[in-house]
Write a protein that binds this ligand. Structure first.
Ligand code: SF4
Length: 394
C-alpha cells in the first residue's frame, strides 16, 4: 500500500508527519511523492490563521476533485473525528526518514486561554511524553547519525513529567547528544520557565544559540486582550538574560499585527520591541479571526489593509536586524551542518545559511559531505546569507 503525506504549518506538524510516516513505513507502507500514486493521502492541516485554513481547505477540495476514489485523511490542527479510526493503529515516535535533522516531539496540547487561538480545541490539554522515553529517543536519533535534534511541542514551557520540567529535559537531551549532535529548541512562550531553560541551554555548548519566542505583541494592553500571561518587560528580561548568558544568541519571535483594538501606539510598541530586542527572525502574522474564539467577537476590528501594512512594517525591522546580525558574523567562525554538499551550504546554529565563498575558490577547496559538521570562517554576506571558507570539517 502507498501513502502520500501533505503537510502544512509548523515544525510540530512536520515532526508529527515524519513520525507518522515512519509508523506507516514500519508497517510496510511505501511513501510516495505524488498523491496520484497513493492509496491513502494524509493531509496534516494547519488552522493557525484563517488564510492557512482556507489554503488547506482549498487544497483538500482539489484533492477530492482530482482523486475522488482515494482515501483521504485530514489531521494535525484540522482534525476530523472520522479519521481517527484509520490512524489509531499507526505507531508514533519512530525514527523518521533520513535527513540531517530529527524532530523530537516531547509534548502536545495546551491549557492556555489565549483569546485568538484554536489550538487547545484541536490538541486538547497538555500531555508530556515520559522523560526517559524522550531521552532514549534522542539517543536513538544520535545513533542513527542525526546531526541536529529539534525539540518540538505545542507549548514546550508546559512540559512536566512527574515533576521533571522542560529545563531538565533540555539538559538531559543535550547530555545525551554529546559533541556529535546539536540540539535546537523550538518556540517558547515567554515566562519563568524560559529563564530556567536559558540556563540549561547556556550550560551545554551543543545547544544552538537560537531562541524563538512567541511574543505576539509589544503592547501591554494588547497582550492582556490576547490573554497572554506575561508582560512586555518579561520579554525584555528574557532577551537580556539570553544575551548575557549566551552572547551573540539569535533571537526570533512570533508577532501578530492588527489584533482587534490595536491602535497606532500599540503597533509602534510592537515595532519598538522588535527593534530593541534585536529579533533576527520572525513569523509575523496578520491577525486572523478564528470562529469560536473570544477575540473574533472583540470590538475594534482592524481592516485587512492595515493588518498587512503593520505586519509588513514589523517584518521590515526584523529583516534589517537580520542583515546587520549577518554582517556582524563576518570574520567569525560558525559551525554548520552541511545540507548542500556542492556549495558546502548549511545552517548555523543561529539559523543563518552559510555556504562556500565562490570568489575564494582556490582557498576553498575543502569539500565536506552532506550531514557532516563544517566550521566556516565567514568572509562576507549576501543579504541574510553568509559566505565563508571551510576551516574544519568532520
Ligand atoms: S499558549 Fe499558544 S497554543 Fe496555548 S492557547 Fe496560547 S497561543 Fe494557543
Amino acid at each position: 500500500m502507498k501513502v502520500r503525506f501533505e503537510t502544512f504549518g509548523c515544525r510540530l506538524n512536520r515532526a508529527e508527519a515524519l513520525a507518522m510516516q515512519a509508523g506507516f513505513e514500519s508497517r510496510g507502507w511505501e511513501t510516495v511523492d505524488h498523491a496520484r500514486d497513493a492509496d491513502l493521502i494524509v493531509v496534516r492541516g494547519c488552522s493557525v490563521t484563517g488564510r492557512a485554513q482556507r489554503d488547506c481547505e482549498k487544497f483538500i477540495d482539489m484533492l477530492k476533485r482530482s482523486f475522488p476514489m482515494k482515501r483521504l485523511v485530514v489531521t494535525g490542527c484540522m482534525k476530523e473525528k472520522k479519521n481517527e479510526f484509520i490512524l489509531k493503529d499507526v505507531p508514533k515516535n519512530e525514527i523518521p526518514m533520513a535527513t540531517s535533522r530529527a524532530y523530537l516531539k516531547v509534548q502536545d496540547g495546551c491549557s492556555g486561554g489565549c483569546t485568538f487561538c484554536t489550538v487547545p480545541r484541536f490538541r486538547g490539554r497538555p500531555v508530556s511524553e515520559p522523560f526517559e522515553d524522550v531521552v532514549e529517543k534522542a539517543r536513538r536519533f544520535i545513533d542513527a547519525g542525526y546531526r541536529e535534534i529539534v525539540v518540538t511541542g505545542c507549548n514546550l514551557s508546559l512540559y512536566d513529567f512527574q515533576g521533571r520540567r522542560f529545563p531538565d529535559l533540555v539538559a538531559a537531551v543535550a547530555d545525551a547528544a554529546g559533541e556529535n549532535c546539536r540540539v535546537r529548541i523550538g518556540s517558547l512562550e515567554p515566562g519563568e520557565t524560559t529563564i530556567e531553560t536559558l540556563h540549561a541551554m547556556a550550560g551545554h555548548a551543543n545547544v544552538c544559540r537560537h531562541l524563538h519566542l512567541a511574543v505576539q505583541s509589544g503592547s501591554q494592553k494588547i497582550l492582556k486582550a490576547m490573554g497572554r500571561n506575561y508582560n512586555v518587560s518579561d520579554v525584555e528580561k528574557i532577551v537580556a538574560a539570553a544575551n548575557e548568558l549566551m552572547p551573540g544568541i539569535a533571537v526570533g519571535c512570533d508577532m501578530i499585527a492588527g489584533f482587534p483594538g490595536e491602535t497606532v501606539p500599540d503597533h509602534y510598541a510592537s515595532m519598538s520591541l522588535a527593534r530593541k530586542a534585536g529579533f533576527v527572525k520572525g513569523h509575523i502574522f496578520k491577525y486572523s479571526e478564528r470562529p469560536g474564539t473570544p477575540a473574533a467577537e472583540f470590538p475594534g476590528e482592524i481592516s485587512g489593509d492595515i493588518r498587512s501594512k503593520r505586519a509588513h512594517e514589523i517584518a521590515g525591522i526584523i529583516d534589517a536586524n537580520r542583515v546587520n546580525a549577518a554582517k556582524k558574523l563576518v570574520g567569525q567562525t560558525v559551525r554548520i551542518v552541511v545540507e548542500d554538499a556542492s556549495s558546502t551550504g548549511g545552517w548555523t546554529d543561529g539559523h543563518f545559511w552559510c555556504s562556500r565563498d565562490m570568489k575564494l575558490r582556490p582557498e576553498n577547496a575543502i569539500r565536506i559531505r552532506r550531514r557532516e559538521f563544517a566550521d566556516m570562517r565567514v568572509t562576507g554576506t549576501s543579504g541574510h546569507a553568509l559566505v565563508g571558507v571551510v576551516s574544519v570539517g568532520r
